[in-house]
Design a protein around this ligand. Sequence first.
Ligand code: ATP
Length: 223
Amino acid sequence: MPQDTLKIPQATAKRLPLYYRFLKNLHSSGKQRVSSAELSEAVKVDSATIRRDFSYFGALGKKGYGYNVNYLLSFFRKTLDQDELTKVAIIGVGNLGTAFLHYNFLKNNNTKIEMAFDVDADKVGTRIGDVPIYHMDDMEELLRKEGVAVTILTVPAPVAQPITDRLVSADVKGILNFTPARLNVPASIRVHHIDLAVELQSLVYFLKHYPMQETLVEEPITE
Ligand code: ATP
């Protein structure tokens, strides 16, 4: 099995979780093989792209046979680190942060929200679900102690950059940024930016100007 995942192009890598989720469902319904046409219909990515993507995984579909579901699943599990649980922290327990705390990420992948941080005295010291909310003063120490390397940033935009600087100093490697702020980080840190207001505006714009567009999946804006 090819393990050199570094050679997978970024656009392909971004589709991995999509493929993985669908294949897991197929697997649990007892299916052993799947054609690129079936996959295409289900995940809304054209079949030429799927075939090209899968060739990077070393998965060679046979005409009239399709792809081996077990092989693909074990490849994805390894590539996406599904055998390992990734600990995540939420920074900022407002409306959005609270929604994430209620959402069960474990349903679809192996990430688990371990802790949350805020400055609001009414929130600090409480729990949402199983997740404790700590004060920002203790953030660096607790992130390091628990080995949390991924955070979701849901604080007000003006404090996003100074908090990001602190996250970098606490050895955080990945930040999912839900604030409208553009963040500066060293090259070794990965930031994915999801600006919900911009995404919504962009959807409305596309509906207005390209109502019949063929493209089925529009990539979210990430940086
Ligand atoms: P949302 O943007 O999630 O809808 P909201 O409107 O409920 O949030 P915001 O003012 O955006 O509230 O703040 C989000 C959360 O970030 C709040 O719980 C707030 O207490 C917290 N917060 C504000 N400043 C900081 C800070 N410097 N560090 C950590 N958390 C902060």
